[in-house]
Structures are given as structure tokens and as C-alpha cells.
Design a protein around this ligand. Structure first.
Ligand code: SAH
Length: 377
């Protein structure tokens, strides 16, 4: 047993289990929405159906984003009934949708088939519409400023459950979605195999055919995950949640920093960038009095320059249970200018949906609290 006795470690974060996928994912159904075209072809053949039925099904599910078999008008009614009975399609049921009065951001709460709740966000940018999806229900990474991890990990999501967040939003808004970011609840590299399946289906030419360059995967910094990801032949943008320029400081806010050092992270990110030709993004949540000094900015410059990384500054979104606050806009601007002075490419993330529990995990937590109160009444 390779147990790490470090007292700073989050008890939920058993690194030995990281990359062992499928934390209690319901396996009772044949999930045809998670099947690659060739797997669907095998499934159809195995049922004695003609090969073109596989192409029709794939098209209905991933291009037309049908909510159910009843919509599949070029399939015989008998077959539709049989499929619906035996192989129900994984769908995300909309439980809530909050629309920001400020910027039109839409924050969704979806229930998965087993009732688990996840959050997804629809955002408008000048370059198109973007959807932020969750990769897990809850999270076990324990970051000190994040609401998603407050109650630990419930389970990982399947590829179809990740796709469904996008498809359900496309159905509801009727709008074209050109960008996807895996930055909602959960740690994508703690659900590695399902993440890869999701990314391949999302960017598959026979399906939604999203450009790989329009997809971003954000990780808290699981080094073996980054290394494995480098070899997948996917050209998606990798975002690293750095949030501190020294290991000592990072360990105070991110338990994962007890396992992998910043030096190891920089090496893995550098390799990702070299192999894929993609610029890596460092996410840096500015927390007042914790990581917003001039020395922090200079430390960040030293890390970003060799990698030519882009830095995305996020004034920390205050989470009631956490007690962190962000520097005022002057402080944020000063930090940005210090980075720019040294030639680092930096942007400040637009704080979208401030009026609708914008931070990851907040809306779901509100629901859990409400349910707990209802139980007491
Ligand atoms: N687990 C992944 C993706 C989910 S979080 C990761 O850690 O990257 C997406 C981003 O939002 C991460 O950079 C995360 O650190 C940041 N984040 C989480 N809670 C936040 C908060 N309250 N304010 C600002 N950023 C936050």
C-alpha cells in the first residue's frame, strides 16, 4: 500500500484510485448514446437489423439530438417501441434553468437517469456560444475555494451523460453551440476513459463534428492524466488550474499539490504543448491576500514564459462556505499589468452569471440544502 501520510491531504482524495475509472457508474443499461459508430454497427448487426439502421440511429442521436426514439421518423414504429423498451436513451431532465438578467448566461441543473444532479452553463461570447459541462457528480479533489467538492464525489458521469448536457441545451435554446469547456463540476482526469469517449464522440465527423480546437479540458493537475492525454492524438486545449506559483502556497489551497509538484506539472504541460501544438492555458483564481501579490505575479511570469502559456485570471467567485474574497478591480488590473509588463499573454475571465450562483457547484448545493430543509419540515 502506498498511502501518503501527509496530514494536509484531503481524506477524500485517495490518489491511488485516480485514473481507475467508473466510480459506481450505473451499468445496468445498454447505453447506445455512448457507443462509437462502429460499436453501434456491431450492436445493430447483433440484432439482425440492416447496417443502415446504425447510421440512422447515430444520426438521430448525435446530429438531430433526438430526445427519444419516437422522434426517429424513418425507423419502423415497432422497432422504435422495442428500442425504447429495451435500450432507453440516456437523457438529462431539466430541473432548473436560471437566466442571468445581466448577460443572458443560462445555468442549468439537470437530473441524470438515476436522479443525480449536475450543473451546466450556456454562455454567449463574441466568438460563438459556449457550453460548460460537468464531468462528475461532485468532486473529490478538495480545492479550498470550490463549491463542487464541498460534499465529495458521488459518481463519475458516462460519455452519454456528458454529451446530453450539450444536447439538452441545444434542444432547449435552439442555438448553435460552437465551443465546449469541461470546467463544470468534477475532475475530468479522474474520469479518464469516459472523458476520452465523450471527446471522440463530440468531435466525430458523423456526429456533432465539433472542432477539437473548440474544446477545452480543465484539470486541477493530475500529472499521469496529462501525460496520457498527450498521447491521445486529440488537439483540444488543455487548461491547468494553477492558482499559485509555489508548491508551498499551492498546497494550502489545493490538496492535489501534495501529490504532484509544479515542476512536474510544467514538464507535463510543456510536453502536451509540444506534441499537440496547442498553447496551454493556466487558470489563476485571484484570492485576496492569498495569491494576489506582486511576488505572486512575478512567480507566475517565471512559470508561464518558458511554456508560452496563456493566463486566464479569474477573480475568485466567493462561495459562502469558503470565506475567500477577490481583490477589487484595481487589484485585479494591477496583477494583470504586472504579467503583461513581462510579456505574458493574459486575459481576465468575464464574470458571467454573477446573479445566478455562477461558481461551479453552487446551484446544486442550493438544491441539496433546500431538500435537507424540506426533509426537516
Ligand atoms: N476540476 C477541474 C475543472 C473544474 S473547475 C479543474 O480543477 O480545473 C473549473 C475552474 O474553476 C478551475 O480552474 C477551478 O479551480 C475554478 N474554480 C472553482 N471554484 C472557483 C471559485 N469559487 N472561484 C473561481 N474559480 C473557481
Amino acid at each position: 500500500m502506498n498511502r501518503n501520510p501527509d496530514p494536509n491531504r484531503n481524506p477524500d482524495l485517495n490518489i491511488n484510485n485516480i485514473n481507475r475509472d467508473g466510480h459506481d457508474i450505473p451499468k445496468s443499461i445498454t447505453d447506445i448514446k455512448s457507443m462509437y459508430p462502429e460499436e453501434l454497427a456491431g450492436f445493430v448487426k447483433g440484432r439482425g437489423l440492416p447496417a443502415f439502421r446504425a447510421r440512422q440511429l447515430f444520426q438521430w442521436i448525435h446530429v438531430s439530438r433526438a430526445a427519444g426514439y419516437e422522434e426517429m421518423s424513418n425507423l419502423p414504429a415497432g422497432l422504435r417501441r422495442e428500442l425504447a423498451e429495451k435500450y432507453p436513451l440516456v437523457t438529462a431532465r431539466q430541473v432548473d434553468c436560471r437566466v442571468s438578467g445581466v448577460d443572458g448566461t443560462r445555468k442549468y441543473l439537470f437530473a441524470m437517469p438515476d436522479g443525480c444532479l449536475v450543473e451546466s452553463v450556456f454562455m454567449r461570447y463574441h466568438f460563438g456560444n459556449s457550453v460548460c459541462i460537468s464531468s462528475q457528480v461532485g468532486c473529490r479533489m478538495g480545492c479550498g475555494f470550490c463549491a463542487s467538492t464541498l460534499h465529495g464525489l458521488v459518481r463519475s458521469l458516462t460519455a452519454s451523460e456528458m454529451l446530453e448536457q450539450i444536447y439538452a441545451i441545444a434542444r432547449e435554446t435552439g442555438e448553435r453551440i460552437s465551443h465546449v469547456v469541461v470546467m463544470g463540476m468534477g475532475e475530468p482526469f479522474d474520469n479518464y476513459d469516459n472523458l476520452i469517449r465523450f471527446l471522440r464522440l463530440l468531435t466525430c465527423p458523423e456526429g456533432m463534428n465539433l472542432s477539437q480546437r473548440s474544446v477545452t479540458v480543465s484539470t486541477c493537475g493530475i500529472v499521469p492524466g496529462i501525460r496520457r492525454f498527450t498521447g491521445e492524438g486529440l488537439h483540444v486545449t488543455l487548461a491547468l488550474s494553477l492558482h499559485a506559483a509555489t508548491d508551498e502556497q499551492r498546497r494550502k489551497i489545493m490538496p492535489v499539490a501534495n501529490r504532484w509538484s509544479i515542476a512536474e506539472l510544467m514538464e507535463a504541460c510543456g510536453e502536451y504543448s509540444r506534441v499537440t501544438g496547442r498553447q496551454v492555458t493556466f487558470e489563476y483564481s485571484l484570492i485576496k491576500g492569498v495569491n494576489d501579490s506582486r511576488a505572486d505575479a512575478l512567480g507566475l511570469v517565471k512559470l508561464a514564459k518558458p511554456l508560452r502559456a496563456h493566463i486566464n485570471l479569474i477573480p475568485v467567485n466567493p462561495v459562502r462556505e469558503r470565506g475567500f474574497s477577490h481583490p477589487d478591480s484595481e487589484g485585479v488590473r494591477a496583477f494583470k499589468m504586472e504579467l503583461e509588463k513581462h510579456g505574458v499573454n493574459v486575459s481576465i475571465r468575464r464574470a458571467l452569471g454573477k446573479d445566478i450562483d455562477g461558481a461551479c457547484g453552487q446551484l446544486r448545493n442550493r438544491y441539496a440544502e433546500q431538500e435537507a430543509r424540506d426533509c426537516l419540515i
